[in-house]
Write a protein that binds this ligand. Structure first.
Ligand code: NAD
Length: 473
């Protein structure tokens, strides 16, 4: 891929930033400060493997911006991890948080390992050692830098991190807020696991509900009946596929590492997931056709393409063959700047990663707030609201002489629980961000695409924050 990739991931982010920065009023100094990665911590540490050998592990944590603290961003386990990638991902986090009004600076971490090559015990040792390295250098903490899951990591790793942190900081009452994406028993919030995929769905659904945008693409308004292709059946891809299917769309193809499958009548992500678990591959799924290469899925005729695996998968080389009308960037950086140019020529709408996959960080923010307040969402008001709603219904019944059915009564009166509140906060965030970016894009004819509009929005917010901090007179 490197032969067709003239820009590194970080350079691609800088390039998109510069394109947008020209359309803002901020002076060069402020723009340079926003763009720079403030702190880069590259580390090496030894870990004893199960067979007694010692492996030196390469890992990173980058804090891109502290204009708001703590810094926030996931930790990735992949053998592709390198400093450039972590810097790019940390920068995207700053812009992402700004767009969705989450008061964090951007951060990101990475450990250069393929988790499939290690036992659970080895992974635990690596994660715990990485956490203690972060503690030693003051690179983690509820008010400093708060990691989360990313590619190759999940609840299990977050548990190891919070446990290591808490044991090194005895008595720190807010220790649970040192990392998000934790299991519920360890201080997690209901609704975090599906948050990124659900956010992707909310964002694309909002775009599909915009009549003028759909008309331009030659599509009908609404998600229902649209054909969807998803690349990656991990956390983000699985949940994106699930919510599109539940929202009435048809997921006609799924691509994984080992291959891709297609069924024009629609695929059920859970059945495919179970098939993969059983057989070790998504290929040969009953009723579906295997595609020759996994990347063929990206070039299928469809309404919505959701790349939810890794960066740079749609580039100058394959973008001309992409036939989707809408690309929803669920992964970070799946489309290169060269691909963006092709989309502009072909009239493909690319909904950018920078805000579209912000569901994870938005709900992470809710989890962090829960950890600092030490109380579950809805605990105080759920029953109160339920009782109050019941009184209102009863009053209405006695005033009108009519009665509401028991089930109906229960559904109207019920007080919101944690998951409902989290989903509602996420829906509001994604709808507002989509509208804000679209309005910005359509109000300025110099803004060429939605990605640039998202960058302009982010730059304006971060720059305002710097100016109001008094750093730049
Ligand atoms: P994950 O590890 O849960 O899943 C990724 C999946 O992609 C895996 O199943 C993997 O086998 C598959 N994959 C890898 N290479 C592939 C290829 N060439 N073709 C098809 N499939 C391939 O990771 P995730 O958390 O779902 O993250 C996916 C992307 O979303 C990453 O870019 C990540 O940075 C981004 N993201 C994740 C979150 C989150 O909350 N987890 C939030 C924002 C952005």
């Amino acid at each position: 891929m490197s032969a067709t990739k003239p820009y590194s991931f970080f350079q691609s982010v800088e390039r998109s930033f510069d394109k947008a920065a020209k359309l803002t009023k901020w002076d060069l100094g402020i723009l340079e400060q926003i763009k720079a990665c403030n702190s880069v911590y590259q580390m090496r540490f030894p870990v004893k493997m199960d067979d007694g050998s010692i492996e030196v592990i390469e890992a990173y944590r980058v804090q891109h911006s502290q204009h708001k603290t703590p810094c926030k961003g996931g930790i990735r386990f992949s053998d592709e991890v390198n400093q450039d990638e972590v810097m790019a991902l940390a920068s995207l986090m700053t812009y992402k948080c700004a767009i969705v009004n989450v008061p964090f600076g951007g951060g990101k971490g990475g450990i250069k390992i393929n988790p499939r090559n290690y036992s659970t015990y080895e992974l635990e040792k690596i994660t715990r050692r990485y956490t203690s390295e972060l503690v030693k250098k003051n690179f983690i903490g509820p008010g400093i830098d708060v990691p989360a899951p990313d590619y190759g990591t999940g609840e299990r790793e977050m548990s190891w991190i919070v446990d290591t942190y808490a044991s090194l900081k005895p008595g720190e009452i807010d220790a649970a807020g040192c990392v998000t994406g934790k299991p519920i028993t360890q201080g997690g919030v209901r609704g975090r696991k599906e948050a990124t995929g659900l956010g992707v769905f909310f964002g694309i659904r909002e775009v599909c509900n915009m009549e003028d945008v759909m008309k331009k693409l030659g599509l009908k308004t609404g998600v229902e009946g649209k054909t969807v292709v998803v690349q990656g059946l991990g956390n983000v891809g699985y949940h994106s596929a699930k919510f599109f299917r539940e929202g009435g769309a048809k997921v006609i193809a799924l691509a994984e590492y080992e291959g891709a499958i297609m069924n024009p009548n629609g695929l059920n992500e859970e059945e495919v997931f179970q098939h993969r678990k059983k057989t070790g591959s998504i290929l040969n799924f009953p009723g579906a056709t295997n595609l020759a290469k996994n990347t063929d899925a990206l070039e299928l005729e469809c309404d919505i393409l959701i790349p939810a695996a890794l960066e740079n998968v749609i580039n100058g080389e394959n973008a001309p063959r992409v036939k989707a009308k809408i690309i929803g960037e669920a992964a970070n950086g799946p489309c290169t700047p060269e691909a963006d140019e092709v989309f502009a020529q072909k009239g493909i709408l690319c909904v950018p990663d920078m805000y579209l996959n912000a569901g994870g960080v938005t709900v992470s923010y809710f989890e962090w707030l829960k950890n600092l307040s030490h109380v579950r969402y809805g605990r105080m008001e759920k029953r109160f609201n339920e009782n109050m709603n019941m009184k209102i219904i009863n009053q209405m019944e006695s005033l009108t002489g009519k009665t509401v059915g028991a089930e109906e009564k229960k559904s109207i009166a019920h007080g919101a629980d944690e998951q409902e509140l989290v989903h509602s906060g996420l829906e509001e965030t994604m709808i507002s961000a989509t509208r804000e970016i679209m309005e910005l894009w359509h109000s300025n004819p110099d803004i060429p695409d939605m990605r640039t509009a998202a960058y302009v929005s982010a730059i304006n917010k971060v720059a305002t924050s710097y100016v109001e901090l008094g750093i730049f007179p």
